[in-house]
Design a protein around this ligand. Structure first.
Ligand SMILES: C[S@@+](CC[C@H](N)C(=O)[O-])C[C@H]1O[C@@H](n2cnc3c(N)ncnc32)[C@H](O)[C@@H]1O
Length: 269
């Protein structure tokens, strides 16, 4: 598939389904669509277009494939350490803490947060909202079941982030798969939300959006950061993680930097 074909596909998706991928970086989209065509044995751009137009079910499958759902428990441990030491002590005095994890993938980030909140004795007064564009991501997140093969790494991440227990304590395992404890699930609402097209989500004291903006061009990054700005109360935190920045945003000066490395900001005006 060529870059011109890609532009055709982007237009087609928008026209038929209202999903706007025009602000996504092209190289990553092209790679993912080529991979989708290979796996689905679609040999030409014509058959891809035909499937997308005539088969809404295939279209859903397609969306799930072209967004990148890669995640981990306690991914970038220093990020969680920073939340533990610089953000939650500040939010501790609030009677209720609302948190939005945007682009939550399969739930690893959201459940890591729930574990952290439990350890800080804040879970009982917290409500977590976790959103993603992908149906598949939301339904997997809700189940909260993960393969055991990556748990060693997750456990290392957890300890490096400042965790003191055993990560396994938060899961029920059958030897192959582990399911997150229901106690950690009960204050989480997983729901579909498209950062490109949907509006302000909810007023939250903390918004996390990591490893999502990297797939967007500067204009779209600015649009989404403005959406976060509008969703935050004054003194609310925006946590972008070490790969992102506020560089392309028009609201840069309305935030104070809390952690330079982990790109955690507080709304000050
Ligand atoms: C690489 S994952 C990041 C997961 C997690 N935040 C982390 O850092 O480990 C990116 C996620 O963003 C989601 N995503 C991509 N475009 C989106 C959009 N327009 N609205 C909401 N979520 C989106 C993808 O479905 C995917 O689950």
């Amino acid at each position: 598939m060529t870059f011109d074909d890609l532009e055709d596909i982007i237009l087609l998706i928008n026209k038929h389904y209202g999903y706007d991928f025009s602000g996504y970086s092209r190289a990553s989209l092209l790679r993912r669509i080529n991979r989708y065509m290979e796996v689905s044995k679609l040999e030409s751009i014509f058959s891809l277009k035909f499937e997308l137009i005539n088969n809404p079910e295939k279209f859903n499958e397609f969306i799930n494939e072209i967004v990148v759902n890669v995640s981990e428990f306690f991914r970038d441990p220093s990020f969680y350490k920073s939340l533990r030491t610089k953000v939650f002590p500040y939010l501790e005095s609030y009677p209720k803490i609302n948190i939005w994890s945007a682009g939550c993938s399969f739930g690893e980030e959201t459940y890591s947060l729930a574990i952290l909140l439990k350890e800080l004795n804040l879970l009982h007064k917290s409500r977590l909202y976790a959103t993603d564009i992908s149906d598949n991501a939301i339904s997997k997140s809700k189940k909260g079941i993960y393969s055991n093969k990556d748990f060693k790494e997750y456990s290392n991440n957890y300890f490096s982030s400042g965790g003191k227990e055993s990560l396994n304590e938060y899961f029920v395992s059958d030897g192959k798969k582990s399911m997150i404890n229901s106690e950690l699930k009960k204050d989480i609402l997983f729901t579909k939300h498209n950062l490109v097209a949907d509006g302000v989500f909810k007023e939250c004291q903390l918004i996390l959006c990591r490893n999502v903006l990297i797939y967007f061009n500067e204009e779209l990054q600015n649009k989404v950061i403005n959406l976060f700005y509008d969703s935050l109360p004054i003194h609310g935190f925006l946590a972008l993680g070490n790969k992102e920045s506020l560089r392309f945003s028009t609201v840069f000066d309305k935030f104070k930097e809390i952690d330079k490395e982990q790109k955690i900001f507080q709304k000050i005006k």
